[in-house]
Design a protein. Sequence first.
Length: 201
Amino acid sequence: MDNSQKITNRVDHAVILGLIESQSKVLDLGCGDGELLHLLSRQKSVRGTGIEIDENAIYKCIEKGLSVAHGDIDSGLMDYSDKRFDYVILNESLQQVLHPEKVILESLRVGKKVIVGIPNFCQIGARFQLFFQGRVPVTKELPYQWYDTPNLRFLSIKDFANFCKVKNITIEKEVGIDDRGVVGILPNLFANLGIFLLSRN
């Protein structure tokens, strides 16, 4: 984590970098402008590809020399064979899909391991806004108003851990983070983001 933190200013990217083995085959779902894939390519020599729906973001990926397919991750994994990738990444994209359960299970089918990063909607700052202001929270990590948010699902670290338990998905590692680093105490209360390393037999 410490060495990775020197390479990138983003704590989530540093954590994910530390979870992935060198020269792995990686699929990044909802890869955005390709910043994470590019980092993994340079620092871990991964063979990476991405799926992204935003055409402008795809152009930025191409400028970085990345392999990215235009597609909707709600239906974009049917063409991939079982365990084709060492890792499938869903970093801050799961809450924006229509069918999150299907996407996670398909990711576990095509990937040996899956890394999921979710914004924690039950972080203490959001709770305070709900309780004292009686309004939907707007924070640095959740900067959208209710009428223009891309988020379709509002979940917490605890919600996701419970989902994995119900679906018999193994959580190999769980990390709560904020802007400064790893949150070691009560991550469901204090962490802005939860990162999970998942597997399934």
